[in-house]
Design a binder for this molecule. Sequence first.
Ligand SMILES: Nc1ncnc2c1ncn2[C@@H]1O[C@H](COP(=O)(O)OP(=O)(O)OP(=O)(O)O)[C@@H](O)[C@H]1O
Length: 422
Amino acid sequence: MLLLDSVNPDVLEALRELSHSGSARVLAVVTTRDALAGDAAWHLLQAGASDVLAWCHSKAPVAEIAARLTRWLQVEQLIRAPLVQSRLVGTSRTWLSTLRQLVEVAAFTDSSVLLLGESGTGKEEAARLIHALDPRAGRRELVVLDCTTVVPELSGSEFFGHERGAFTGAVAARDGAFALADGGTLFLDEVGELPLGLQAQLLRAVQEHSYKRVGSNVWHQTEFRLICATNRDLTTEVLRGGFRRDFFHRIASWSCRLPPLRERPEDVLPLVHHFLKELRPGQEPPELDAPVRGYLLTRQYPGNVRDLRQLVTRISKRHVGPGPITVGDIPPDELPREAIPDGWQGHGFEQAIRRALVLGAGLKDIGRAATEVAIQMVIADEAGNLQRAARRLGVTDRALQLRRAQRDSRPAPANKPAVPAR
Ligand SMILES: Nc1ncnc2c1ncn2[C@@H]1O[C@H](COP(=O)(O)OP(=O)(O)OP(=O)(O)O)[C@@H](O)[C@H]1O
């Protein structure tokens, strides 16, 4: 929590540091009336505050602060619980911030959730987690329906069920997805593939939770939590008329984008460890030698975590003996055609340097920017613990403090060179 009596550039910088640019939750409590004038609250949010509270506008500020901090603590505890850790692995800031959203919406709301993200980013796994964390007493099952497999002629029956004799071949009455999900969760995977006509039919059931079986005039009530997933950009689809706006608003009371693996390379090795453990239950997973780690970290994963999982499975099957996994365990068709540049100085690194050079940065600026980024990253990873950060960076605590002090006292360059992007 940060108590503020004014909002100015120094405060925003302090907030950025404290929140590690938004990865740790900070409640900004503004104590004076004028400090929140204009866009101040938005500036605070942009600098990393998770929430902004105006002390003087609140009737019960202490209770409000306590409520927020309690909720945040509950979410953090859930994130660390085996139920979450055993299903969804990742330690990067990007991933933890996504996980926080997922856990909060799952355990503290009954909102319908739309999961967005490229193929293999973990949308189905996230849907299963939301269901597992659902606090409803007597919660029933998770019903999964892959919208790409719904045959148009049978779609009504698939969702609403049918009465005996409703159509040729309907030899017995049958429940559909809405009935099966009663008391539980309905997960519509690949919802972006639903034809427009079917979206119109589903609207009422999704909105009012009532439906009629095909061949019947009797309305039934059903209570379910709706989770949908798609790798399509549904907002664009709505704009171009490929997806119904009203249906979109019903399914997306709350939406969450699962980041692709390339936006969170720090998660690659923890995921590899997780998959190796899964593949060899009850055994300590083998270590990876340095070239294999370098290979896994620089390889592209167009299919995201699914790709990584398949690769680890193939590598694990080839690996024999008690030693570490080595390059010989990588399947031949997977071997990189070009040498991997020293593990970390890959394509992205070269691109960032090139951009800096094009923008006129000299060697000194580039070196300084790279150092700054490394320091900020490690301090954020180590949750602000400067001793641990210094150890990881291979410098003394004092040297790290000096560097930070020098940076703070340095005037901002007029034409700041680009900071190498990760
Ligand atoms: N964070 C994670 N931790 C552990 N396993 C994960 C994680 N994310 C994804 N996986 C695993 O990766 C595979 C693909 O995940 P999932 O099927 O949930 O992706 P998806 O986004 O639904 O993919 P698609 O859009 O292709 O259906 C699964 O085996 C899943 O268990």
